[in-house]
Design a protein around this ligand. Structure first.
Ligand code: BEZ
Length: 251
């Protein structure tokens, strides 16, 4: 499959993805000098570099070659690898695995949690943030509405947004003991008057891929119409982000 990610666009339009989770690294992960840490789904590498500044040795991995190339160019002294989360090759190598805003792309999650557990040393920790149940629900509803209006079949979104219970069950099944868990709302600004359609164009590529060009344009236009009274506050688009954070330890 071709690589749908555009690192420059991601940095410019979606910087909030890594900016809003800096405290996940600082307060949940608390990296220590000399620790070996895996950043799973590192994207363009900004948080990876932030973690490395603590003195930890960090390896950033992502399934997108474009993202890894951009990360490597920005941070040439650091180690980045293209890896599929479902087939991570590491065995008992890491003191911690960190993942921000990436796991919801990694459907199904159970094999990923299995590979994360395998990558951790005994006592190692997995710190994650991802979309939780109800995340971007208005956008999901908007696209369903647009497809329905056009008489097109529903398209399943590519994402997985678990409930707290589902996440705990999945982590525990992989041998990870959940010590901390938090579901919360984080309304997120989608910058620009075209913020909603830019988000759909940037993140919804795989989702809307079965549509032809003209159909896709029409779906986005109708979805924006549905979303406007719900997400446009008169000055800006604010999306209904809902997050799940967890800290789980390998027994
Ligand atoms: C998120 O960070 O919640 C997210 C980003 C892109 C697509 C879906 C969800």
């Amino acid at each position: 499959m071709s690589d749908p990610w555009n690192a420059e666009q991601y940095r410019q339009r979606h910087a909030f993805v890594f900016q809003s989770s800096e405290d996940l690294a600082a307060e949940w992960l608390r990296p220590q000098p000399g620790e070996k840490i895996l950043d799973l789904g590192c994207g363009s590498g900004e948080l990876t570099a932030r973690i490395a500044a603590s003195g930890a040795e960090v390896v950033g991995v992502d399934a997108s070659p474009a993202m890894i190339a951009a990360a490597q160019q920005s941070y040439p002294a650091m180690r980045f690898e293209v890896q599929n989360a479902h087939t991570l090759p590491y065995e008992a190598e890491f003191d911690a695995v960190f993942s921000n805003a990436a796991l919801h792309w990694m459907n199904p999650l159970p094999p990923v949690f299995g590979r994360v557990a395998a990558a951790l040393r005994p006592g190692g920790r997995f710190v994650l943030e991802m979309g939780g149940a109800g995340n971007v629900q208005t956008t999901l509803d908007a696209v369903a509405y647009a497809l329905h209006l056009l008489g097109l079949p529903d398209l399943p979104s590519p994402w997985v947004f678990p409930t707290s219970g589902e996440l705990c069950t999945g982590l525990e099944a992989a041998g990870l003991r959940v010590e901390r868990l938090h579901w919360f709302e984080r309304p997120s600004l989608l910058t620009g008057e075209d913020g909603f359609r830019a988000w759909l164009a940037g993140f919804g590529g795989a989702w809307l891929a079965p549509l032809g060009e003209a159909e896709r344009e029409e779906v986005i236009r109708l979805a924006e119409e549905y979303a406007r009274p719900r997400l446009w506050n008169g000055e800006a688009w604010v999306s209904d982000y809902r997050r799940l954070r967890a800290l789980a330890v390998k027994g």
